[in-house]
Design a protein around this ligand. Sequence first.
Ligand code: KG4
Ligand code: ZN
Length: 344
Amino acid sequence: TTDPLVLGIETSCDETGVGIVRGTTLLANVIASSMDEHARYGGVVPEVAARAHLEAMTPTLHEALEQAGVTLDELDAVAVTAGPGLAGALMVGVGAAKALAVATGKPLYGVNHLVGHVGADVLRADDSAIELPTVALLVSGGHTSLLLVRDLVGDVELLGETIDDAAGEAFDKVARLLGLPYPGGPQIDRAAADGDPRAIRFPRGLTLPKDMAQHRYDFSFSGLKTAVARWVEKCRDEGREVPVADVAASFREAVVDVLLTKALAACRDTGVDRLLLGGGVVANARLRAVAEERCAAAGVALRIPPFDLCTDNGAMIAAVGARLVAEGHAPSDLGFAADSTLPV
Ligand code: KG4
Ligand code: ZN
């Protein structure tokens, strides 16, 4: 038997992604981002994202087929992000995938976006297989989730998630407070390099003992964002210059501390000594450094997929699709709808 050739479509946020895989081998990964169009609003605007997907879908699809050197006829299946994500954005991808499936007669598989982030890891070039079970920390502009993955297909448990802002969203909002452009993550990362992470003790959301009892694996970043806003305001009221580097470094430290405290608590509680990171915030230099330090100290094996597989992409969706095909799962009913709150 040959590994299934699967095309995956991802449109849950601002990236139009089309990827093609053969089993666990990456053949194409093409991404068109509408990020620039959202820059002046300081965050992703759903209507703008949906419209951009519509415009980018066909050229992205053609480019992926060309990159992989395959034709639609050769595909074994089409996979698409069914949710969670922005409703209008998801609908464009699901609509395109259904049209492809109907036109070519290929089976269609709806894939959960978060499972896709975990599945991305099987596409790494070094071919070292993902070992399960693993705890997965997914951090991006749209989600902040802690998962326990026993099996990529059918056994993924959501341990916790953000109850307000996503981690990347917090970076974007705090950057804006500091007068830095969108997207804020890389800007804060850069500014923080010259700052003192201990200059200001910003709050660590949901880490008090009572919170750890009720929201052990959940995250909250809105209180942190407010604390930074107050701090900046106070500087301005007092006529002092805002120490941007120190604020950026202290804020970044608070986010990274909470993310890894909870991820490693999950490893400890579940007895799982593997941690996988995913999502655009994985680009954060401090997050990677502290993850390495703390995982080494706790005897936890840390896995970080290559960066272009960490951010939203179609290849990760294709990878999960290929797994579904290989294991003989039934395709989705063509009548299925995108679900902006799809559970894992
Ligand atoms: O996964 P991703 O590319 O897509 C969406 O969520 O749409 O993640 C983008 C998010 C943005 O919020 C951005 O500010 C954040 O990831 N980000 C970072 C860094 N690079 C990107 N956050 C912190 N540090 C970074 N170096
Ligand atoms: Zn994502």
